[in-house]
Design a protein around this ligand. Structure first.
Ligand code: SDX
Length: 423
């Protein structure tokens, strides 16, 4: 492997060092490019551009590999739990028993919101999307808690611990039910489900199969290297903005239908196809039609040009959860037929478009009784430890500078001002 790459530009030859990662990925370090040549690179969407070095998550899109700090996602989904994964991502290692006990206790003890934060909910309209509420509430945490260096570790606990409480409260607000407070005798995932579905009138027993399935969904969503929302958390944090402000920005980035908002769109699309007589071939054809901006939501990925390992796990989990819950959801059959048709279609094969993490997750959330509008909030609950881990890593990286990309200007060249009377 050569240690540098040569560029010849206008008869000028420059060399750029090659950086190699622990899994053999290589990158050209072009820090000196503009100084040496006056030129910049142009890479809309950053498909070929690395923004940092990171030790958190490794993805091999060609082989469908996803590992959190070296552990394969399949093993973690099978054997770990979400609280352990939060510790692994944020503190770099799986916790031993005393560390897990302490981390769990901290998460349990910080799950309540300041009572004054409940007043914010009174101002939102019933129809407010829970992602808008979540982003504002997370940013507002910064008005209740100091965000100095010493408070960082406690603020990380506060974020992971309070996000389920905020999410459940936004759901209760939307359906006009009273808030259910967190309980210290329930584990992380059961506590969230209890806050979502318990009602004052009767005791609510969290179904174990639902708590287990949700825990796995949160694990599968916990991190995914430099995706749009994680890069947003890093970019906002690179200006010195606080953790709460950076996570709030990441939530907003996740809400887009091309990113985390896709899981809600997948279900809406499956329902539309079902209402249209289940004619999925018609919608596959629409997705292929260049003149039609219709896309098969839950399909395709910037990195995975082979299957998304998470969607493989979720496909199996969907069967299991629906069977355990005795739910017969026709949308699951529709999704499977859509996947079958698409994966045999030249258009999808040529572009290596496979189901991504959002394709099956919504079907499992539906079986759990989680409303469609809350699906992207569930994605945010899962992704939070990943955002935090990347924000911490960025702030601790000596290479970090404020993120400020360049551009190629294509607007008007210099011209003189003309008074309005003369225009
Ligand atoms: C997530 O980055 C991450 O890691 C994200 C994520 C995470 O964990 O953080 O994995 C979570 O966001 C998953 C993606 C969820 N979004 C969707 O399911 C929305 C539908 N998918 C697409 O919009 C698209 O595939 C993206 C946004 C996911 C990826 O977009 P890219 O990489 O910019 O790909 P592209 O738009 O350039 O598409 C390449 C080609 C194009 O056709 P041509 O111009 O080459 O003829 O594939 C086509 C696209 O038209 N294409 C699709 C398609 N996705 C891509 N055609 C039909 N249906 C689709 N879903």
């Amino acid at each position: 492997m050569s240690s540098s790459a040569k560029l010849i530009l206008n008869d000028q030859e420059c060399e750029f060092p090659i950086i190699e990662g622990s899994e053999g990925e290589i990158g050209l370090s072009i820090r000196s490019l503009r100084g040496a040549t006056g030129a910049i690179t142009l890479d809309p969407g950053y498909g070929n551009t690395g923004s940092c070095r990171s030790a958190i998550t490794f993805i091999d899109g060609e082989k469908g590999i996803l590992r959190y700090r070296g552990y394969p996602i399949e093993e973690l989904a099978q054997s770990s739990n979400f609280v352990e994964i939060c510790h692994l991502l944020v503190h770099e290692e799986l916790p031993n028993a005393p560390q897990l006990a302490e981390f769990t206790n901290l998460l349990t003890r910080h799950s309540m919101l300041h009572e004054d934060m409940k007043k914010f909910f009174e101002g939102y309209p019933k129809t407010a999307h829970p992602m808008s509420i979540l982003s504002s509430m997370i940013s507002s945490l910064g008005t209740f808690y100091a965000e100095d260096e010493d408070s960082l570790e406690l603020n990380i606990i506060r974020l992971i611990s309070k996000i389920p409480t905020i999410a459940a409260l936004s759901y209760k607000k939307a359906i006009g039910q009273p808030a259910v407070y967190p309980r210290n005798d329930l584990d992380y995932t059961s506590n969230f489900l209890h806050m979502m579905f318990a009602v004052p009138a009767e005791a609510y027993e969290v179904p174990e199969v639902v708590a287990k399935a949700l825990d796995m969904l949160l694990i599968l969503h916990a991190d995914h290297e430099q995706n749009c929302s994680t890069s947003t958390a890093r970019m906002v944090g690179s200006s010195g903005a606080s953790l709460f402000a950076s996570i709030s920005a990441a939530i907003s980035a996740l809400s887009g239908p091309l990113h985390g908002g896709a899981n809600q769109k997948v279900i809406e699309q499956l329902k539309m196809i079902e209402a249209d007589g289940g004619d999925f071939q018609k919608y596959v054809n629409k997705a292929k039609d260049k003149n039609d901006d219709f896309r098969l939501m839950g399909f395709g990925h910037r990195v995975y040009k082979n299957f998304d390992p998470r969607s493989r796990i979720l496909k199996g989990e969907a069967d299991k959860v629906l069977e355990n819950l005795g739910v017969d959801d026709p949308l699951l059959g529709l999704a499977k037929s859509l996947e079958e048709i698409a994966l045999e279609d030249e258009y999808f094969i040529e572009r290596r478009l496979y189901p991504n993490v959002d394709f099956y997750s919504g079907i499992i959330y539906r079986a759990m009784g989680i409303p469609t509008e809350m699906f992207t909030v569930m994605f945010a609950l899962g992704r939070l430890p990943g955002w935090i881990a990347h924000w911490k890593e960025m702030n601790g990286d000596p290479e970090t500078r404020i993120n400020r990309p360049r551009q190629i200007y294509t607007g008007a060249t210099e011209r003189c001002y003309v008074a309005v009377a003369d225009r």
